[in-house]
Design a binder for this molecule. Structure first.
Ligand SMILES: CC(C)(COP(=O)(O)OP(=O)(O)OC[C@H]1O[C@@H](n2cnc3c(N)ncnc32)[C@H](O)[C@@H]1OP(=O)(O)O)[C@@H](O)C(=O)NCCC(=O)NCCS
Length: 206
């Protein structure tokens, strides 16, 4: 996986700027602080219990780009967004990637989730993936809307399959899109909805 294009500086709606780069082994404190800062409403929908320091230690110490490509967005030295692309190295899902995103409340609705997704789509394209999926708890409207906004289609809802972080049964929505199609849709979306400066200065922006 070629990550030479990072770090990238990108401007968000409202004028804030963030730096997007791969997660590093020395990011434990930053990543733990980021997950600690999430609101209970956001944390409840996440697949993992991100309040567990052992889990965050594992994520930062065992980075293996063959399976997971983790990107973080930093405002100064503070992580404000986290996006991961998960890849199967063998089997019938080898052509299908899986993306997960989390953005701090302070930086939501500024386009950061979409920009992180766009980076992951670019990496998926570079890796030769054909499809991407996002798994979202159906009642998590902000995540479902963000995925739909960039063209993901809800192809299945698995009733009461998962438990949220409060232990309640929830429906899991499977959202899918083709990588080539996504790449174009996201480009159009970013061009259409950007205010000047939003596109950022990294390679491939604008
Ligand atoms: C889902 C999430 C990553 C979106 O991040 P974000 O940076 O706010 O997303 P964007 O600013 O790129 O939003 C893109 C579009 O998604 C939709 N959207 C995002 N959040 C929304 C909300 N709370 N309500 C309604 N629509 C929303 C909007 O259409 C938005 O475009 P607009 O602001 O121009 O109207 C963020 O809400 C989050 O971290 N949630 C908690 C964790 C989570 O649920 N992750 C998903 C699991 S994969």
């Amino acid at each position: 996986m070629n990550l030479d294009a990072y770090p990238k500086e990108v401007g968000l709606k409202g004028g804030k700027a963030v730096r997007i780069r791969p997660l590093q082994n020395d990011d434990f404190d930053r990543l733990f602080a980021f997950f600690q800062s999430l609101t209970p409403e956001d944390r409840i929908y996440l697949r993992h219990d991100v309040s567990d320091p052992k889990l965050i230690r594992k994520w930062t110490s065992e980075i293996n780009l063959n399976y997971v490509i983790p990107l973080v967005a930093l405002d100064g030295d503070t992580i404000v967004g986290d996006g991961t692309l998960h890849i199967a190295t063998h089997g019938w899902m080898q052509h299908v990637g899986h993306i997960r995103l989390v953005v701090a409340r302070s930086h939501q609705r500024l386009g950061l989730g979409t920009l992180l997704a766009r980076e992951l789509v670019g990496l998926a394209e570079g890796h030769g993936l054909e499809k991407l999926q996002g798994h979202v708890i159906e009642s998590n409207l902000s995540a479902a809307k963000m995925f739909e906004r960039v063209g993901f289609e809800k192809v299945a809802v698995l009733k009461d399959l998962v438990k949220d972080q409060n232990g309640r049964d929830q429906n899991l929505a499977i959202m899918i899109n083709d990588v080539a199609r996504l790449s174009q849709i996201m480009e159009d979306w970013i061009q259409d909805s950007m205010i000047p400066g939003y596109r950022g200065s990294g390679e491939g922006y604008g």
